[in-house]
Design a protein. Structure first.
Ligand SMILES: *Cc1c(COP(=O)(O)O)cnc(C)c1O
Length: 378
């Protein structure tokens, strides 16, 4: 079989000379951590998204942990999320002792279905963690309506969706708190990194404290003397370094460019695949603009494993995102059973991720499309 000369990964960072210079400058500056780059990066994110506050963390998972803490989730509280997501969207609830409740997805958009959320609400429900899976914004208006009706806190997992928009508004402006991740495959990277954006000052202050040992950020200067500070809560060291923030500041300047590139690739895939009977392309909600973190198709009446293996043999890094979270042994051991979200489970069996990232070249995209078409029509 024909094989591409190098492995085409499903996702990849795009680092240029400016990024490198930006990190080197910070490396030679007095502050490797707890310096000015953190605030600058947070400001760049908040300005771009259009929120009052942004709090950077050492990774997106730590940021979600902080959001669950700030929301006051604890033992006995139920939190609703999607089963089709990276495990961290659910794990963060467990970190603070809460119970995860999975609500089924809409098989066309792959995102959590607001009506399914409604059906899972009980007197114990405290929050919802909707996930903008693949970069497509969830139906946040519908979700916020449900949340207001039932007095729930919404923490949007926007790990895939920095730069995406919903009804002309950037993701991050609607939910109570929104998390973005900067892992290398995500829309921009800081190697590891994450952020919570919010307009709520109380959450903002809690997040700052949680990120740095539970120490009051304003309590340093005191009558006692300059050495004095107070730790008032059991926090963590979840800080991002200035090196990471410097990379993030530089990457933010290219975010829109990266997304345009991703949109172009998605358009080529959709045009090439939309009329093939055995392939379903992802439906986009009207008035949303996906960030296209992932391009995922559904294979109908085709052996997915065979297609997957053949694509991999051709050096194409197809993938499957994600195994339903509650199928993992950790969640099984907590008592979650197969069949809980039948739409998500059936969707998962047919799902295939095609490569999409800012460095993917036209000839690679054509090669992927042609190889896939050959496999489907075999
Ligand atoms: C990547 C990711 C996370 C976690 O982010 P990290 O920065 O890797 O910790 C959470 N949720 C989803 C949906 C993700 O894809």
């Amino acid at each position: 079989m024909e094989k591409y000369p190098k492995f085409i990964s499903y996702g990849s960072q795009a680092i240029d000379e400016d990024d490198i210079q930006s990190v080197i400058e910070t490396l030679l500056s007095p502050n490797l951590t707890q310096g000015p780059k953190i605030t600058q990066f947070e400001q760049a994110i908040a300005n771009y998204v259009g929120t009052k506050y942004a709090v950077a963390f050492c990774n997106g998972t730590a940021a979600l942990h902080g959001a669950c803490y700030a929301a006051g989730i604890s033992e006995g509280d139920e939190v609703i999320t999607s089963p089709i997501t990276f495990a961290a969207s659910a794990n963060c609830v467990r970190y603070v002792g809460g119970t995860v409740v999975f609500a089924d997805i809409d098989e066309r958009t792959y995102n959590i279905d607001p009506e399914q959320i409604r059906s899972k609400i009980t007197s114990k429900t405290k929050a919802i963690i909707p996930v903008d899976f693949t970069g497509q914004p969830v139906d946040i208006d519908a979700i916020m309506d449900i949340a207001r009706e039932h007095n729930l806190i919404v923490i949007e997992d926007g790990a895939h969706s920095l730069g995406a928009s919903y009804k002309g508004r950037k993701v991050g402006t609607q939910a109570d708190m929104t998390m973005f991740s900067f892992h290398p495959v995500k829309p921009i990277t800081t190697a590891e990194g994450g952020v919570i954006v919010t307009n709520n000052e109380i959450y903002y202050k809690k997040l700052l404290k949680f990120r740095s040992h539970g120490i009051e950020p304003t309590a340093y200067a005191s009558e006692q003397g300059d050495w004095y500070y107070e730790m008032t809560e059991l926090g963590y060291n979840y800080r991002m370094t200035d090196l990471q923030a410097a990379l993030g500041i530089s990457q933010m300047k290219k975010l829109d460019e990266f997304i345009e590139h991703r949109r172009g690739i998605a358009a080529v895939y959709t045009e090439a695949l939309k009329d093939i009977d055995s392939i379903k392309v992802p439906k986009q909600l009207e008035e949303t603009k996906s960030g296209w973190h992932l391009y995922m198709i559904q294979l109908e009446n085709v052996n997915r494993k065979q297609v997957f293996d053949a694509m991999r043999a051709a050096n194409i890094g197809v993938h499957v995102h994600y195994i339903p979270v509650y199928w993992h042994p950790y969640y099984k051991n907590l008592g979650y059973e197969q069949g809980l979200c039948p739409i998500a489970e059936a969707w998962y069996e047919k799902a295939l991720t095609l490569p999409i990232h800012p460095k993917l070249k036209d000839n690679e995209i054509n090669y992927i499309v042609n190889t896939l078409k050959k496999q489907i029509t075999l």
